[in-house]
Design a binder for this molecule. Structure first.
Ligand code: HAM
Length: 416
């Protein structure tokens, strides 16, 4: 028997209401902040991610779905959304538009991870990228959007972790200090971290191994090494967050799992579970467009996993808002009435009313029982008597009351 591949899941109808609600809220947030939708392919040239996310990151080293297609091209199912958006920005000359260009996307992301609660091999992201401005107020705008999205859904008890990892120049000295520190503790590092030490020391701060996490507590803090420009950027961002009344915690060891970040990095997490289940994260990536052969262009963005949002909504017992407008079940008795029911179903839908026809000529009682079980708000019943009188019975499923009236009148009453 076939099953969904490990780490993937089917989203069955009862959960779809959450998806609809969350994506509508996110799209509404984008409208309010002036972000426009972009869609990029689900797969890209593998090199795009190696160059942007970084060769020595877990994503590139261990998690990409990469394969050679029949034409011999090396293809990767996208493991994140920022690099493809930057690729599109360069490819379509979006630097010619007024800057910054504010974009958002929804789509599946693929990472070969060890599946666990909230961690999948295919997940859905909603992401925003603001490309073409270096201003710290843009970092604040991105964080504000993420924060307000969660708030508008009613999510509570979230923390915002914030850090600045400096720019290319000031990070150099920090990396040397970090290396010096870890070299003196090399014996206690995990195998991955011993590798990271020479190849990509910043990744040492991202290790989940408990020993390495303990060691991290004594490591030099990047916020003490950032240059004056990076420092004033970070200060202005924090001032904006205070103005926007967004509480935050500076975490000097937050580095995130992708190499393209400069200056601001942030993560939003539920208070009770910590870093393993971050629901959203992002930061500034001022060198990425240039690394992909575009003109030097500063940018900032964030992304959030829709499964993790929904998981947290359910955990926090947040119920879906009730949707206005009911659904109608068309019940009937007898062959003649069946044709009338088909006609009535079509008329209801043309009038914008959701209508479902009873199947099989079961007893009226059985049909109404099914309408009840399926949660219909109303039933329209056509029996022999109604057929003769050219009328229908409109039944309120909640209280069982019913009235006989013309089809036109029933449609008028049912209209949302
Ligand atoms: P990320 O932190 O790797 O960042 O992923 C963003 C969000 O996607 C995470 O906070 C989490 O909610 C969700 N997520 C990641 N991996 C999984 C998984 N295996 N299963 C379920 N959900 C997952 C990025 O991808 C960056 N591109 C964000 C960004 C945009 N930075 C700047 N702009």
């Amino acid at each position: 028997m076939f099953k969904a591949p490990r780490g993937t899941r089917d989203i069955l109808p009862p959960e779809q209401g959450y998806w609809k609600w969350v994506t509508e809220k996110a799209a509404e947030m984008c409208r309010l902040y002036g972000y426009q939708r972009i869609d990029t392919p689900v797969f890209e040239d593998a090199g795009l991610f190696v160059h942007s996310v970084g060769e020595e990151t877990d994503i590139v080293e261990k998690q990409m779905y990469t394969f050679e297609d029949r034409g011999g091209d090396k293809i990767t199912l996208r493991p994140e959304g920022t690099a493809p958006v930057c690729r599109a920005y360069i490819e379509h000359g979006l630097h010619n538009l007024p800057q910054p260009v504010r974009l958002f996307y929804f789509g599946p992301i693929f990472r070969y991870e060890r599946p666990q609660a909230g961690r999948f091999r295919q997940h859905q992201q909603f992401g925003c990228e603001a490309i073409g401005a270096a201003d710290a107020t843009l970092d604040a705008e991105i964080i504000d959007m993420a924060w307000n999205l969660y708030a508008s859904l009613g999510l509570k008890n979230l923390t915002l972790q914030l850090n600045s990892i400096g720019c290319r120049t000031c990070r150099r000295e920090y990396l040397q200090r970090l290396k010096d520190y870890y070299v003196s503790h090399e014996g206690s590092l995990c195998r991955d971290c011993r590798n990271r030490l020479s190849r990509n020391p910043l990744r040492l701060l991202d290790c989940k191994n408990p020993n390495c996490q303990d060691l991290m507590k004594g490591a030099p803090r990047i916020t003490e090494y950032i240059c004056a420009d990076c420092h004033s950027h970070f200060t202005l961002l924090q001032d904006c967050l205070v103005t926007l009344q967004i509480p935050y915690e500076v975490n000097p060891y937050l580095v995130r799992g992708l190499d393209y970040y400069t200056r601001t990095v942030f993560e939003i997490q539920p208070v009770d579970v910590g870093g393993q289940s971050t629901i959203g994260g992002g930061g500034r990536y001022d060198n990425l467009i240039e690394m992909l052969d575009g003109k030097p262009t500063p940018a900032v963005g964030f992304a959030t996993g829709l499964e993790r949002i929904i998981l947290n909504l359910q955990k926090q017992g947040i119920e879906l808002p009730t949707v206005a407008g009911g659904r109608v079940y068309v019940a009937y008795l007898g062959e003649e009435a069946r044709k009338e029911a088909v006609r009535l179903g079509a008329r209801l839908r043309r009038a914008g009313i959701a209508a479902t026809l009873a199947m099989d000529t079961r007893s009226l009682k059985a049909q109404l029982k099914q309408a009840n079980a399926l949660g219909f708000s109303h039933a329209v019943i056509i029996g022999e008597e109604e057929l003769k009188a050219n009328s229908v019975l409109l039944r309120d499923m909640a209280n069982g009351s019913q009235v006989q009236l013309s089809a036109e009148e029933a449609i008028r009453r049912l209209k949302p």
